[in-house]
Design a protein around this ligand. Structure first.
Ligand SMILES: [Zn+2]
Length: 177
């Protein structure tokens, strides 16, 4: 094997590792939004949007209870902020990070926004629309803009949700006693 081939073979894994490090760092920013949601008594789901250049353009946390709005999922909150910020309902080239697998409503909105990429953490066996319950991204007729990737910090994102529900159950139990 020539030296040229050796360096070529090493370059690809390095690039992939750097990309996943960036994804993990951005997912942690989304997790901080989820923590803020939990502090407000909302189910902890958080989102972050970066533009095509990788600049952070919006964050959002779940606020369905506080806003009395069934559509106020973290992704929608962040999408509204990002779109208003750039003055365009389409966000081509942008990537959205969210701590929990998006539901059908959010996937629909993100496809309308023509995001380049959606990255999520934990899977959602109850309402996940990226493969868990249904897979909207697989319908090429609906989606030819947005790539979907799951499993980034899945364990940590899932634990954040489980801890929230554990605490809430405990609180309910002590209130009943
Ligand atoms: Zn949703």
């Amino acid at each position: 094997m020539s030296a040229e081939n050796t360096s070529g073979a090493a370059a690809l894994p390095d690039a992939v590792a750097a990309a996943s490090l960036t994804d993990a760092a951005r997912m942690r920013r989304a997790m901080a939004q989820a923590a803020e949601a939990a502090a407000r008594g909302e189910v902890p789901v958080g989102a972050l949007i970066v533009d095509a250049e990788g600049n952070e353009i919006a964050v959002g946390g779940n606020r369905v209870i506080g806003d009395s709005d069934p559509s106020a999922h973290a992704e929608i909150v962040a999408l509204r902020l990002a779109a208003a910020g750039v003055g365009n309902y389409r966000l081509p080239g942008a990537t959205l990070y969210v701590t929990l697998e998006p539901c059908a409503m959010c996937m629909g909105a993100m496809m309308h926004a023509r995001l380049a990429r959606v990255v999520f953490g934990a899977t959602d066996p109850k309402t996940g629309a990226c493969g868990s319950v249904l897979d909207l991204s697989a319908y090429k007729v609906l989606n030819h803009h947005t790539a979907v990737q799951g499993g980034v910090l899945a364990q940590e994102c899932g634990e954040q949700l489980r801890a929230f529900f554990r605490e809430r159950r405990l609180l309910k139990k002590t209130q009943q006693e």
